[in-house]
Each structure stands twice: as C-alpha cells, then as structure tokens.
Design a binder for this molecule. Sequence first.
Ligand code: SIN
Length: 317
Amino acid sequence: MLLCTQTPAHAGLLIRFSHVVAEDTPKGLAAQRFKVLVEQRSQGRITVVVYPGAQLYGDRDEMEALQIGAVEMLAPSLSKFGRLGFPEFELFDLPFLFGNMQEVQIVTTGPVGQKLLAGLARQHLVGLGYLNNGFKQMSGNRPLLEPADFAGLRMRVQASRVIAAQMRALGAYPVALPFSETREALGQNVVRGTENPLSNFWTQNMHTVQTDLSLTNHGYLGYAIVTSERFWLSLNEADRILISRALREALDFGNQIADAQNDKALNALRESATTRVHTLTPAQRTRLRKTVQPVYEQFNHRVGPQWIRDVEKALAR
Ligand code: SIN
C-alpha cells in the first residue's frame, strides 16, 4: 500500500487511529469510545478518525505509516512488536503463561507492563496503554484437542517467533500472514487452521471456512496503543492530558467488554451451526501444555530471562 502523509484539510487537530480488526470487537469499540470522548471534551477542536479493518494500513505497513506521520495512533497486538525490534513483547505469547485475565492485568498494570511501554522509546514510539482482547482458541477443519491433531497442519500465525515455535512444538507448520489476509488464506486452503480469540474469529467470518473450533484458551492476545514521539511532543500539555485521560477511559471500557464480546461471539457461533465447538478435557489441555513447554527454554534468550523472571515474580510463582 502507498504510504500517504498528506493530511485532509483540517483546522483543528486530527488523530488518525488505524487498526486491523472489525468495529464490533473490543479494540474496535474502544477506539470508537476514544473518538467520542476526545471530540466531546475538546468540543470538536480535536477530530479522531478511526480506520478499522486494515482499510488504511495493515500489519505490514502500519508502523511505518505511524513513523512517517501518515497516522497518529495504532493498536497492534503485542505479538507484532517482536518483529519490530521489541522481542521482549513476545513474552505475552508464551503458551499457557496466564491462568486468567486478572493475571494479565497484574502484569500490564504493574512495573513489567510499564517498563515494556517505556522501552518503545528506543524507536521513538510512545506506548499509551494496554487493551485486552482475551484468550486464543484453535480452529481448523478438524478438532484440535491433542498434540497429534496438529501434525502437519499449516497454521496461520501472527509474525511472532514464539507463536511460530508453539505451533512447531505441536507438530504444525506455522505460516505468518497479516490478519487481513487470514480469512481468505483459510478459504483457499493456503493455511488450514489458525488461533484467535472468539471475537476476531467471528467478526472475520472465519466460521464460514473452519469447521471446528477447539476451546484451548492456550494463549493471550492483547494490544499496546502507540503513537509517535514526534506527534506526542507536538501536542501541548493540556491536549496530552485530555487525550491520555480519554484513552484511559476508553481502554477501561474495552477491557470491561472484552470478555462479553468473546462470549457474544461464542453464542453467535453456536447459533450459526457452521462450526463445531469443542471443549477440552483437563487431561487434553495438560497434554497440549506439556507439549509446548519447551518453547519457554527455547525462547528464554530471545525474550530475555529477566523479563520472564519479573513476570513470574509479579504472579508470585
Ligand atoms: C488483532 O486482534 O489485532 C489481530 C490479531 C491477529 O493478527 O491475529
């Protein structure tokens, strides 16, 4: 896609917020809430234009767009920061790391989460906060309940080395593809399965091309909201405060509705009857967990042992 820095004629301040998912997702709805809050509180002086569904930029070019000033805000999944030079973010991809969303919150709101965001300054980015989507589920055209079910399966993954290693440990072949190309790739059998939280699975219509969804809850998917240092420092202090507060409220809202959005997607999916939904037994889940355990050792060095130790300390393990 051609990167365009030209700003539409605009008297006040314009914030272009680009993301890759549908509007009816935790991220889509939080972005919309942010727009409403900022525009109300600035009495229309600041305009926020949200571009959902990768309609402006996708996984491959959105960060470049931010850095050259073609957009002002992004919310990439945490899994996409590794390839941009922040491998420590891939700690969120370690399979079965978090037992529940409270544990995620402990890490993102505590010193580890704050230190990770501060590190984005290495590439002149400003990390403004975290947003949850939820736990990921495995889908394919067969149930994925045991490690043997993954043998030889081409699985679409985000561009995270940890997620790729997780798939390899299960005996699958990881294929990194942008989110916006995933449904089509599944439909054309370029890949045969994938992992995603339910709200993404449903709103991308993946249920029309996947016959089976297994509720593995094996990993977490969340986002970091980022802007460029150049844009952030161009704002006056009052606008920075207004934007930060509105974003905090929008992210709290997104975090509150994330579980409900995933539940809603599961209900819709069950009603659509296109896709069989499988629940794992505790023994099946334990076998999956044991099979992917070597990923921790393999990636200790890439993610950084201190980061992993800090997470374990925060979770009192
Ligand atoms: C997203 O939720 O932003 C996309 C996740 C993915 O690429 O699978």
